[in-house]
Ligand binder design. Sequence first.
Ligand code: CMP
Length: 138
Amino acid sequence: MSNRTFTMIKPDAVRAGNIGNILQMITDAGFKIVAMKYLHITTAQAEKFYEVHASRPFYGELTQFMSSGPIVAAILEKENAVADFRKLIGATNPAQAEEGTIRKKYAASLGENAVHGSDSDENAKIEGEFYFSGIEQF
Ligand code: CMP
């Protein structure tokens, strides 16, 4: 069990003005921000980040959306970070997300679901290293 996970506040939530609200929910839940960036990725970068989904029918839609505007990328630290963060964000489809979760509050649809959270310790490390070098993590 690792104590780090990786998140992105996606373009829909940034456009809706919810960066502050979402970061507040994250820190209120006991996560420490150990790295953070505000950036607009290219479609090619989104394709690289989500390459595990390359064969899925939604890959084009997903990578266009993720490169449609700025995002906030961050590495978060807490005991049991991956599982606890997935609980905090709620189900991938906001229609199934529980009350009080970030996606229930701020996500509109399966494709535009406000936040990303790593699904395993292994992917948390890969995803964090996609955005941050060692000297950018505190
Ligand atoms: P995320 O946690 O960022 O990881 C992969 C993303 O693909 C997921 O959130 C969803 O936003 C998106 N996704 C999953 N299924 C679909 C779908 N059927 N249509 C569009 N996007 C999807």
